[in-house]
Ligand binder design. Structure first.
Ligand code: GSH
Ligand code: FE2
Length: 361
């Protein structure tokens, strides 16, 4: 089965697309965003998918690609156009090539005009295409920098995208109004720049008078993307290296029960604060509590957060990991930097047969 997700970066209005083949577990990400590497790798893990490659549709001018960072965390290959002149890619793509994920593949189509190295990716059955900034929903990419050319873009869109079957769904790299998808039939009829009877001269007239300000990040994004998102010093900043944590798609740092037990048994465990946010009667119920845990019910946590040592890491605990996830959010809002949730709570802790404190007599 095909797994498909559309992800959004509100800062640059960029869409990232996840395509997976559930049979093999292989997946691709199209146009990942640097700042969302944790979110994207969390989603892949939760869906049980292995990222084989990231594909950029072009050298973006408004955000930095997540390609390099995802290669570090997921071992994925970095793919983009040979014509992009970028460094650090593992495979440089040309028109007509295929990029496989499990039993499925994307067909690479050269669609230059917004930039010289723009590619569109068409799913094997032509039911979907990922058009980058060549074709936007009722719009198209600008042609006033990065070797843009209205004449080239006109032919790219008409011959490579609007020539696909009418029912083919089109997914752009951006939308500035929150629209998510369009189709070949719609854009053939209603695209105000390239649709209907617009000829190349009509289109060029429109594009040469767009009058858009340059993207705010142009000077940062283009050089970074020419390195495929590799930071200049070649280092990724790890912001959660105090414990073996993972980041959930819902946006919470979590620790597994077994990892927490190991941490508590070692020297690092001495500074670790276990905050149990259940109600007092639950603390000594049949599930019990972790040795050394401090009871601080969720409803009182905001008022009593001052009782927690801010310099030491915190693991929040509850019955199932639900209330404690909320506690993590709350403590982070209070400015605590090293806070994680015990994944699955006391239920998971006990299911792993981990020890609890002896109940009071
Ligand atoms: N205002 C945005 C820039 C938007 C922009 O220029 N987007 C490019 C895509 S990289 C474009 O081609 N836009 C076409 C349009 O908005 O019609 C920013 O500062 O980042
Ligand atoms: Fe662009």
């Amino acid at each position: 089965m095909l797994v498909f997700r559309q992800l959004f970066d509100p800062a640059s209005s960029t869409y990232t697309y996840l395509l997976g083949d559930s049979g093999s577990g292989e997946a691709l990400l199209i146009d990942p965003v640097f700042e969302h590497e944790r979110r994207d790798s969390a989603l892949l893990r939760e869906l049980g998918l292995r990222l084989v490659a990231t594909l950029d549709t072009h050298v973006h001018a408004d955000h930095v690609t997540g390609a390099w960072l995802l290669k570090q965390s997921c071992g994925s290959q970095i793919l983009l156009a040979e014509a992009s002149a970028a460094h650090n890619a593992d495979r440089l793509l040309r028109h007509g090539e295929h990029v496989a994920f499990g039993a499925r593949h994307l067909e690479v189509r050269a669609t230059p005009g917004h930039t010289a190295g723009c590619l569109s990716y068409v799913l094997d059955d032509q039911s979907m295409a990922f058009t980058g900034d060549a074709l936007l929903i009722r719009g198209c990419g600008r042609t006033d920098f990065q070797q843009g050319s209205p004449g080239q873009l006109y032919h790219s869109v008409r011959e490579q995208i609007l020539a696909l079957p009418e029912t083919c769904l089109l997914y752009p790299a951006h939308d500035y109004r929150g629209l998510t998808v369009t189709s070949v039939a719609e854009e053939r009829r209603f695209n105000p720049r390239l649709g209907g009877d617009a000829n190349e001269a009509d289109f060029a007239g429109y594009m040469n008078n767009l009058g858009l300000p340059h993207p705010k990040l142009l000077e940062i994004a283009v050089p970074a993307n020419l390195r495929c998102g590799r930071p200049e010093d070649g280092h990724a900043t790890m912001d959660a290296n105090w414990a073996p944590l993972h980041y959930s798609f819902s946006g919470i740092w979590e620790i597994e029960a077994t990892a927490l037990a190991e941490l508590l048994a070692g020297a690092e465990g001495r500074q670790l604060q276990i905050i149990d946010v259940r109600e007092p009667e639950e603390f000594d119920d049949a599930l019990g509590h972790i040795e050394g845990a401090r009871l601080l019910p969720l409803a009182q946590l905001a008022a009593r957060a001052g009782e927690i040592e801010r310099e030491w890491p915190v693991v929040a605990v509850c019955r199932s990991g639900t209330r404690s996830a909320q506690a993590v959010v709350l403590l982070q809002k209070q400015g605590l930097a090293r806070v994680a949730n015990l994944s699955g709570g006391m239920l998971r802790w006990r299911a792993e047969a981990l020890p609890v404190a002896a109940p009071p007599r």
